[in-house]
Ligand binder design. Structure first.
Ligand SMILES: [Zn+2]
Length: 277
């Protein structure tokens, strides 16, 4: 099933997919192992900086061949594409989905830029995600411009976008205080738009809030910071305790910890109503 259809299926059926960022071979294999171990479907996300780090060709080929090798159902997505040229390159390179993030631009410009990518992607029938409202980025003060339901309805109609990242109380990075997702707002936006709703910044959101968000209309949950954090903390810890220079023996310790984390998130997100946390 194409991701576009899958997200609409999720919207209709109160389900969600986990979307995990990867940064290198180790984090890629970590998240795919988690999907394999739990029998889950997954979205693999690359940010612009990860593409810059690996190169578009290597990053794309790595993701696609790893999906094949692990035998899991997974889609490749560009996360927070702010550079229109790169977004188009990712579409041409065979991504299943792209996010065009013009949320920092004025509303009408966000509409115009997003519309342009939706038109470009039409031939490929791939999923296009945009952002409306403002979800603070890493390193920024965690200020929020909540998405307004009426604006969301207009935005989705005007752009033809299939998926929409909404600002409903989450932020990128770790939280200073426990976040409080605006469930009523999610529900209202979900009822007035045709788009599948996306929650960014899920790192550190309690499991029961993630499940409640899904019940109120979230269809895709993005996870990045926690993966980076557990991988690097485990690696740093391992390096303090070993003089082993065989990286093929040292890295897997950290990879395994990231797999455990993603398995827990997958179980949380793929819950059945009778087995909520
Ligand atoms: Zn994000």
């Amino acid at each position: 099933m194409k991701l576009k259809e899958k997200l609409h299926y999720n919207k209709k059926n109160g389900k969600a997919l986990l979307a995990t960022n990867f940064y290198n071979f180790e984090t890629l294999s970590a998240v795919l192992a988690a999907a394999q171990n739990t029998g889950s479907e997954l979205i693999l996300q690359l940010s612009e900086s990860s593409i810059k780090y690996m190169g578009l060709k290597v990053a794309t080929a790595l993701a696609k061949s790893a999906i094949d090798q692990y035998g899991v159902k997974a889609w490749l997505h560009l996360d927070h594409g702010q550079d229109v040229v790169l977004v188009k390159k990712c579409i041409d390179a065979g991504f299943d989905s792209v996010m065009i993030d013009a949320s920092e631009k004025p509303f009408e410009e966000n509409v115009r830029i997003t519309r342009g990518i939706v038109e470009y992607a039409e031939n490929y029938k791939i999923n296009v995600e945009a952002e409306l409202g403002y979800i603070s980025k890493l390193g920024q003060d965690q200020k929020m411009v909540y998405t307004r339901p009426e604006e969301a309805r207009y935005f989705v109609e005007a752009t033809g976008v299939n998926a929409l990242a909404i600002a409903v109380g989450s932020a990128h990075g770790f939280y200073k205080e426990t976040p409080n997702l605006q469930l009523d707002l999610i529900k209202e936006i979900n009822s007035v738009t045709t788009a599948a709703l996306v929650l960014h910044g899920s790192s550190g959101i309690p499991n029961e809030q993630l499940q409640a968000a899904i019940e109120n209309g979230i269809t895709k949950i993005n996870l990045a910071t926690e993966i980076k954090n557990i991988f690097m903390k485990s690696l740093q810890n391992e390096l303090r305790n070993t003089g082993n220079i065989d990286l093929r023996e040292v890295f897997p310790v950290a990879t395994y910890k990231a797999t455990e984390l993603v398995e827990d998130k997958l179980r949380t997100i793929n819950f059945e109503k009778n087995e909520k946390v």
